[in-house]
Design a protein around this ligand. Structure first.
Ligand SMILES: Nc1ncnc2c1ncn2[C@@H]1O[C@H](COP(=O)(O)OP(=O)(O)OP(=O)(O)O)[C@@H](O)[C@H]1O
Ligand SMILES: [Mg+2]
Length: 325
């Protein structure tokens, strides 16, 4: 299967990842143009805190909202997620009713020892990494909605991507613990209130948390389904990049994220009048051969280095024609 075949499938998510500076943003941008031209309503999202899809298109998507990309045939939208503004999802789910002090005082009632383990959790709300987790959760929300046909994710360099892959589990377990805690508070309060003859209002927070948990579960399944998700590893033909691609591939396997495509970018083009270039090219082609052997079941797409930076729609279309031919 080639990238062109891949784009003809009805994928919900295409994740593009790899080592720093290898061309992830350029490839993700070119792929998103190809999808839009195919007639798919496409959203290109950057989860890299150091956004660069604006730079790649030479347009401004920094508003933190979904913006239509002008100059591309079909429907292409771009979004650079601002992690700081995505905290609302959890806050919304937890509701204003969550009261850590109330919870702590309940914990001090004799007989509540059984719930002690979870009171550790409220000491770190939001827990570390929550901003990033919620940015990702925001994207995952698109998994079970029809607003876009395909979401292309331009990720940050490898380490960050690997953290991203752990996020559904992280959120699932965190929300699971919050649910337990909220249910406990809600039941205890209901008991106390009904004892004193008060009204017991329904706690919406639990319902919201359950909905959020369900959404994450759907997204997790979508991410593991090869009919719906493909991860494209981008690398360059150097040993350092190859080793990193191998590690990334292993991690993807561990997380059951489908990955059949590798793009080897920035291969030195042939230039007989330049001994340095020819030497680099020879080295690149030898490494490319190594990549083919190391990934015998992958489709490998090669891209030569352009003689200038890839910037703006015209250049991105040129890159698109190379990777989709
Ligand atoms: N085939 C190529 N030929 C020439 N320049 C390229 C090629 N691919 C990418 N570039 C250039 O290399 C630089 C890095 O590319 P890009 O931003 O796409 O990489 P990245 O992997 O997203 O980087 P980061 O890890 O910083 O997010 C950019 O200036 C881009 O225009
Ligand atoms: Mg990038």
């Amino acid at each position: 299967m080639t990238i062109k075949d891949l784009l003809e499938k009805d994928l919900k998510f295409i994740l593009v990842g790899g080592k720093g500076g290898v061309g992830k943003t350029s490839i993700a941008s070119a792929i998103s143009i190809a999808l839009a031209e195919e007639g798919k309503k496409t959203l290109l999202v950057s989860t890299d805190p150091a956004h660069s899809i604006s730079d790649s298109f030479d347009l401004d998507f920094s508003s933190g909202t979904v913006t239509k990309v002008k100059g591309v045939k079909g429907e292409l939208y771009a979004l650079e997620i601002n992690p700081e503004s995505t905290g609302d999802e959890l806050t919304k789910a937890l509701g204003d009713s969550f009261d850590a002090e109330q919870f702590s005082s309940l914990m001090s009632i004799p007989g509540m020892e059984a719930m002690r383990g979870i009171d550790q959790d409220i000491k770190s709300i939001p827990p570390p990494g929550m901003d990033e987790a919620l940015s990702f959760a925001k994207i995952l929300e698109y998994a079970d909605n029809e607003e876009f046909d395909t979401i292309v994710l331009d990720t940050a360099p490898t380490g960050h991507t690997l953290r991203l892959l752990n996020i559904p589990e992280f959120l699932d377990s965190f929300i699971g613990r919050m649910l337990k805690m909220k249910t406990f508070i809600s039941n205890t309060m209901a008991m106390i209130k009904s004892f004193f003859g008060g009204n017991v209002e329904k706690d919406r927070t639990i319902e919201n948390l359950e909905k959020l948990k369900e959404k994450i579960l759907v997204a997790r399944e979508t991410l593991m389904d090869e009919e719906k998700t493909q991860f494209i590893i981008v690398g360059i033909p150097t040993l350092m990049s190859i080793f990193e691609s191998e590690r990334l591939f292993e991690e993807l396997k561990e997380h059951y994220i489908p990955n059949r495509e590798i793009v080897v970018n920035q291969i030195n083009p042939e230039n007989k009048s330049c001994p340095y270039c020819m030497n680099r090219r020879k080295e690149h082609l030898a490494n490319l051969e190594y990549i083919r052997q190391a990934f015998p079941n992958h489709d490998i797409t090669t891209v030569e280095a352009f003689n200038q930076e890839i910037r703006g729609i015209k250049m991105l279309k040129k890159l698109k024609d190379i990777i989709c031919n």
